[in-house]
Design a protein around this ligand. Sequence first.
Ligand SMILES: [Zn+2]
Length: 117
Amino acid sequence: MVETIPKDTSKKLDKHLRKFEECRKELGKMGFILTGSIVKRFMRCGKESCRCMSDPMFKHGPYYEWTRKVKGKTVSVRLTEEEANILAEWIKNKKRFYEIISKMERITLDALKEIRS
Ligand SMILES: [Zn+2]
């Protein structure tokens, strides 16, 4: 793409390309990306004899769930704490992925202004 642009313009694009390259590097290092959210719950089991029914401060848990929408329906998967931590990281990656893409688009728009000015 740069080759087809006159040399002085290509030079003007350099700083934008460098910023763009930083984003590309960050994307290149990114791990798995996942949709949904992690929920941490404490629950009452419902047994009359259990402490959770007599003591308002006591509940069972924590229980971890990964919830997401599948074809409009909320689907939940029970997780261990360790799994919850891993999946939370992947969900965070997805947010970061979209942030980087938006940034790359803004840089591209800056580059476009450079060409057209
Ligand atoms: Zn209970």
